[in-house]
Ligand binder design. Structure first.
Ligand code: MTE
Length: 313
C-alpha cells in the first residue's frame, strides 16, 4: 500500500483477463452473476479445497449483491505472498493450512492453544454477508462463514488489565516468499480495542461462499472487521494476545502518518495520498460513495462517541 502506489491505481482492464472483463461488463449491465466454475478454476489447488462453492446470489442488508466468488478469490491483498493482487492465489496455492494451531494468551485467566478444527467444531458457524472496503479505494461484498471473536475471548477470560487484542499472522518465509522483503516488519500484526474485539460484528472467519477459506483469503482463520479498512482484517492467524498497551500494527510501523490504529472507514478523512470519499465496487462500473463506518455506523458508532475521528484515524 505504501511501497507500491501503482497497485492502488491499477485500472480494471489491466488486472482482469479479457474474458473476465467482458463478463463483468455483462454483470454490470444485466445483473447476471458469474459462474465460478470455469472462471476461477485454475487447477489442482482450488479443486483440492474441500467443499463446494455456494454461488447462490446473496445480498447484504443494504441490498448490495455479493461479489462473484472468482473475484473475491483472485484479487487479493496478502503481502506475505505478493504485492501483486492477481499473483496471490497462485503463489498461495500450496500453503499448508493443516495442522494449524492458534495460541490465545497474554492477559487472560485461561490461556490455551487451539487446533483450528477444534474451533470450527466448538462454535456454531454462521454466514455473515459483509462489505469489505480496502483502504486503497475498492470494495467487495463477501459471504463469510465464521463465529464472533467474542465467543473465543469469553472462553479465555480476559483479565481486568486487558485493554487491547493483538493478532499475529504466521511467520514462515519458506512458504511465504513476500516475508523475505525486509522493508516490512514481519510477521503481519494487527490490533483492536477490547470493546471492538467483543463487538458482535467482529468475526473470526473460517470460510466464504459456503466452503473453507482458500489460502489467498487467509486460511485457515482470519479476522473480519467490516467497519474498518480491510487491512485490519488480518489473515492466517497463529497468535491472539490480550494486552494492556495499544499494539503497533505492521502498517503503523511501516507508515505511521498514513495508517493509524483505528482505521475506521471514514469518507471525510482522506488518506494523505488519495480521497476516501468514494470507492470502486469490484464488478461495477463507475464509483459509489463511501459510507461512514462502511455502512455500519448504527451498530458501531457508539464505540467512538466523543472521540476525534480525525486525530484517531
Ligand atoms: N493479512 C495479512 N496477513 N497480510 C496482508 O497483506 N492484507 C490486508 C488484509 N489482511 C493482508 C492481510 C488487506 S490490505 C486487505 S484489503 C484484506 O486482507 C484483503 O482480503 P481479501 O484478499 O480476502 O479480499
Amino acid at each position: 500500500m505504501q511501497k507500491i502506489p501503482s497497485s492502488e491505481i491499477t485500472p480494471e482492464h489491466l488486472y482482469l483477463t479479457r474474458r473476465q472483463f467482458v463478463q463483468l461488463g455483462g454483470l454490470a449491465a444485466g445483473g447476471a452473476l458469474l459462474s465460478a466454475c470455469g472462471l476461477a478454476d485454475d487447477g489442482e489447488g482450488q479443486a483440492a479445497q474441500a467443499g463446494a462453492v455456494d454461488e447462490t446470489p446473496r445480498q447484504d442488508e443494504l441490498g448490495d449483491p455479493s461479489t462473484p466468488f472468482t473475484e473475491a478469490t483472485n484479487f487479493n491483498n496478502f503481502y506475505e505472498f505478493s504485492t501483486d493482487k492477481v499473483d496471490v492465489a497462485s503463489l498461495a496455492r500450496d500453503f499448508k493450512v493443516r495442522p494449524w494451531s492458534v495460541e490465545v494468551g497474554g492477559l487472560v485467566q485461561r490461556p490455551k492453544t487451539y487446533a483450528v478444527d477444534e474451533l470450527v467444531k466448538k462454535y456454531p458457524v454462521e454466514e455473515r454477508i459483509y462489505r469489505l472496503r480496502c483502504v486503497e479505494g475498492w470494495s467487495m461484498v463477501i459471504p463469510w462463514l465464521g463465529f464472533p471473536l467474542a465467543r473465543l475471548l469469553e472462553e479465555v477470560e480476559p483479565l481486568a488489565s486487558a485493554r487491547y487484542v493483538r493478532f499475529e499472522t504466521l511467520l514462515d518465509e519458506e512458504q511465504m516468499p513476500g516475508q523475505r522483503d525486509d522493508w516490512y516488519q514481519w510477521p503481519y500484526v494487527e490490533g483492536l480495542r477490547l470493546d471492538e474485539a467483543m463487538h458482535d460484528l467482529t468475526l473470526l472467519s473460517t470460510g466464504l461462499y459456503g466452503k473453507p477459506l482458500l489460502p489467498q483469503n487467509g486460511a485457515p482463520l482470519r479476522l473480519v472487521v467490516p467497519w474498518k479498512y480491510g487491512f485490519k482484517s488480518i489473515k492466517s492467524i497463529v497468535r491472539i494476545d490480550l494486552v494492556e498497551e495499544m499494539p503497533v500494527s505492521l502498517w503503523m510501523a511501516a507508515a505511521p502518518h498514513e495508517y493509524g490504529f483505528y482505521a475506521n472507514v471514514n469518507p471525510d478523512v482522506p488518506h494523505p495520498r488519495w480521497s476516501q470519499s468514494s470507492e470502486r465496487r469490484i464488478g461495477e462500473l463507475g464509483r459509489r460513495k463511501t459510507l461512514p463506518f462502511n455502512g455500519y455506523a448504527e451498530e458501531v458508532g457508539g464505540l467512538y462517541r466523543g472521540m476525534d475521528l480525525r486525530a484517531n484515524f
